[in-house]
Write a new protein. Structure first.
Length: 147
């Protein structure tokens, strides 16, 4: 079994963000486009410090994050797919998910996995509130390049 160190996980998060942004040809037309750093996570699965990166570019998203488990281990999740925004509603159509939870890795295609999330935005801060009550707060770290 292979475990990943925190520095290696950060490198993977940054690379995924760069690939998403560069491959999509991000433009400034969507105010969500760019990279957002996870600053707080409050939900059923959160028990300690969480960190992560959310990127939006040309109708695509990727979210990679880690969080502490009750036993002190670190778990991680990654999701990617398409997104739509309608006012304060964000719909994520998840194409694939990767998990490292309870010391076990798993990858799965999202298929019809759809998440509709309440979105609130103030300046360079973003809050996502999920149906199960989980809340993720983000701070913008990069804005898209203007073409």
């Amino acid at each position: 079994m292979h475990t990943y160190s925190a520095p290696r996980a950060r490198v993977v998060m940054v690379l995924l963000a760069l690939v998403t942004l560069l491959a999509s040809g991000a433009t400034a037309q969507d105010s969500l486009d760019g990279a957002w750093e996870l600053t707080a996570y409050d939900g059923r699965a959160s028990v300690g410090k969480a960190s992560g990166l959310l990127t939006f570019a040309s109708g695509r998203f990727s979210l990679v994050y880690t969080m502490e488990e009750p036993d002190g281990r670190t778990s991680g999740r990654a999701h990617a797919g398409r997104f739509r925004r309608d006012g304060e509603t964000l719909t994520l159509d998840v194409d694939w998910t990767m998990l490292y939870v309870d010391g076990k890795g798993q990858a799965q295609r999202g298929g019809n996995a759809r998440r509709t999330i309440k979105l609130s935005r103030a300046n360079d801060r973003l809050t996502l509130t999920y149906d199960n009550g989980s809340v993720q707060d983000f701070q913008r770290v990069t804005a898209p390049a203007v073409k």
